[in-house]
Design a protein around this ligand. Structure first.
Ligand code: ATP
Ligand code: MG
Length: 657
């Protein structure tokens, strides 16, 4: 345990005791792209000793260039340029290059809508649609460098629109279809979009979402937008503004199939994406072309061990970076088959995901801890109804996964045979950064394990001093990587200040973590959420994991509240499993349970039962709002990224009970 008197104000005390280890099965490793630790070690060493050589070789092997670069990396702290002088097109790499082989008739996107309608697009189909839509954009005056907003349901036209932007060199900004017109307006204005691509509506949990109506409201206050392209999806009545609004199908029918890809500079801006807003107001993260494409191509291949015959399903919404990197750009660049699903996991019943896995024989499945905790809450009977035997590999991303949720995923979904890759990364990093390689890395539930090639993490204090093994601290990264964001859109000073000057000389992730004796990383939660009890700084993850370990608990979030004696006391918000009723006895039992699991230090002062926790629209728990509820009972912080506003009211009521 870290010494409270060590004086380093940013150390985090670790209390989690997790000892289980799961080795990859020999059958899996034998067929994997990376087969053993020696091979990983050799590549990793090379990637750190000679990053330019390492990434340069991969860039030649994995991507098709219009013109080769002259320099792999130009690093003027904290601004990077990768593959300087190269010319390349992302849509060419994700689509056209597959047409010269048998892959032209391979399924690129296997799509299912929430109502049950389905479509399959081969690479050839995808190519035709992308080219036609790229011509539509050109017809409307979209030029290289223009920004285009995409606010659509999860339908194939969404990746088509993204790839068409990439083809002509327009920078897209995808805005999650669950966002309100207010959030849409802010993002359109921040990036000054010229065109908005949307749909009449989308399906979600049996209802329709009025996308076009939201666009109309947003555009009342967004002057940069000249055209709106509307896909017909739900067939509901919408307002149509003559001259400004155009139907997707009408524009497409008048469009040509022939659209040569623009030869774009390696550093051409590919997209702007706003972060999910867990810690505050979202930031416009800018990604560019070649380095990003290389990072997602290589991680998709090695982390998901993608093979020609795989059917890969990443359940994220394309409105988040996970969807950009691992539904669209990474898998398609590899020529993989991806599954894409429009709707909610519990529509019409809580087994929709398992139904889809069975129906499409999904082999690699990538989802979020928040989803896994919902599945646990809904009960094992739902996955048990389905044949999940096609699965060979599982992944998670988005939050730390509590060991108990990991074990459930391993047993109930993976039948004890599928490796789990717990992948740590961020919108800013663009690509997976710390992760097991499924054929190589023995996994420990709750640890995202080892750095990917070329990634050089360290655990440090605020002053940049590296902390010893097993000391919790700040997770930082020592060197640039190809898929890193290049700046915050329109605000390079904030980019510098917030990410590269907080800790001298390194990139600061904002997350707390520790590194164990085997070099495995354990994420401890966000640094902003750390709780200070009697001089010990506790990460949220470990206390929450102790609570989730109790058989009655489905989900938990802990926050600090000022306490005269201890500095801060712990308030835990707890959601119970299916049939369990809250009671005073259970409350005492849970407090005792935490004491027993990790010690009296972490014993919650108060436990509040709740039927839901406040989350962002990407499903992450917003502890900053819980902190406000626990401290003052009110909320004044930014709530625009909150998924369900009624949760706050219900939390406030709880308090009065
Ligand atoms: P904002 O930066 O606006 O608060 P956000 O950080 O929630 O939003 P994302 O970029 O989508 O937006 O999330 C990245 C964060 O998610 C990471 O910094 C980390 O806190 C968490 N995270 C992602 N994957 C993992 C993982 N495998 N284990 C632990 N934490 C993870
Ligand atoms: Mg973040």
């Amino acid at each position: 345990m870290a010494d409270a008197k060590s004086g380093a104000g940013t150390d985090i005390t670790s209390v989690l005791k997790e000892k289980r280890v799961f080795k990859p099965k020999a059958e899996f490793s034998g067929l994997a792209h990376i087969k053993n630790r020696a091979q990983y070690d050799r590549l990793y060493r090379k990637s750190i000793k000679d990053p330019e050589g390492f990434w340069g070789t991969l860039a030649e092997q994995e991507l098709v260039w219009h013109k080769k670069w002259t320099k792999v990396l130009e690093w003027k702290y904290p601004f990077a340029r990768w593959f300087v002088g190269g010319k390349i097109n992302v849509s060419y790499n994700c689509v056209d290059r597959h047409l010269s082989s048998w892959r032209r008739n391979k399924a690129a996107i296997v799509w299912e809508g929430e109502p049950g309608d389905a479509r399959v697009l081969t690479y050839q189909d995808l190519h035709r649609e992308v080219c036609r839509f790229a011509n539509v954009l050109k017809t409307l005056g979209v030029e290289k460098g223009d920004r285009v907003a995409i606010y659509m349901p999860m339908v194939p036209e969404l990746p088509i629109a993204m790839l068409a932007c990439a083809r002509v060199g327009a920078t897209h900004t995808v805005i999650f279809g669950g966002f309100s017109s207010e959030a849409l307006k802010d993002r359109i204005n921040d990036s000054q979009c010229k065109v908005v691509i949307t749909a009449d509506g989308g399906y979600r949990r049996g209802q329709t979402v009025p996308l076009k109506t939201n666009v109309d409201a947003a555009l009342a206050d967004a002057q940069s937008v000249q055209h709106v392209i509307v896909l017909r999806r739900t067939h509901e009545a919408i307002h149509f503004e003559p001259g400004r609004d155009h139907w997707w199908h009408e524009m497409m029918s008048a469009s040509s199939n022939d659209c040569p890809p623009e030869r774009l500079d390696s550093e051409h801006p590919l997209y702007i994406l706003y972060t999910s807003g867990t810690t505050g107001k979202p930031k416009g993260v800018l990604h560019t072309t070649a380095g990003y494409l290389l990072g997602v191509t290589v991680t998709a291949k090695y982390v998901f061990d993608l093979k020609e015959e795989d059917t890969f399903w990443c359940t994220a919404d394309i409105g988040w970076v996970t969807g950009h990197s691992y539904i669209v750009y990474g898998p398609l660049s590899n020529g993989a088959t991806v599954v894409m699903y429009e709707g909610a996991p519990n529509y019409p019943e809580p087994d929709r995901f398992w139904h889809l896995i069975e129906k499409y024989r999904v082999t690699v499945f990538y989802t979020a801890p928040t989803a896994i905790r919902s599945f646990i809450r809904w009960g094992e009977q739902w996955p048990r109804r389905h044949d999940l035997s096609s699965l060979r590999l599982l992944g998670t991303v988005g939050e730390p996964i509590n060991p108990e949720a990991w074990m459930w995923y391993h047993h109930v979904i993976g039948a004890g045979k599928c490796p789990i890759v717990d992948t740590w990364w961020q919108t800013e990093t663009g690509m997976i950064m710390i992760t097991p390689l499924p054929g190589v890395t023995p996994t420990k539930p709750g640890s995202c394990t080892l750095p990917f090639f070329g990634i050089d993490p360290l655990i440090t204090n605020k002053e940049g001093r590296e902390l010893p093994q097993n000391h919790g601290g700040l997770l930082a990264l020592r060197r640039p990587w190809p898929a890193m964001f290049r700046t915050l859109y329109g605000d390079p000073e904030r980019y510098r200040r917030q990410y590269w000057e907080e800790i001298p000389g390194v990139y600061f992730t904002g997350d707390g973590a520790r590194c164990d004796k085997d070099g495995y990383y354990w994420m401890m939660g966000r640094v902003d959420d750390v709780i200070n009890v009697s001089g010990h700084r506790l990460g949220t993850m470990e206390v929450e994991s102790a609570l989730v370990h109790h058989p009655s608990v489905a989900e938990a979030a802990v926050v600090g509240r000022p306490d005269e004696i201890k500095g801060q006391g712990i308030v835990a918000f707890v959601t119970l499993r299916g049939a369990v009723e809250p009671s005073a006895d259970l409350r005492e039992e849970l407090r005792g349970h935490v004491t027993k699991e990790i010690g009296a230090l972490a014993r919650p002062d108060e436990i509040r039962f709740t039927d839901a926790l406040p989350k962002t629209r990407s499903g992450k728990i917003m502890r900053r709002l819980l902190r406000e509820v626990a401290t003052s009972g009110g909320i004044v912080g930014d709530t625009t990224t909150l998924e369900d506003f009624s949760v706050l009211d219900r939390l406030r009521h709880q308090e009065e009970e």
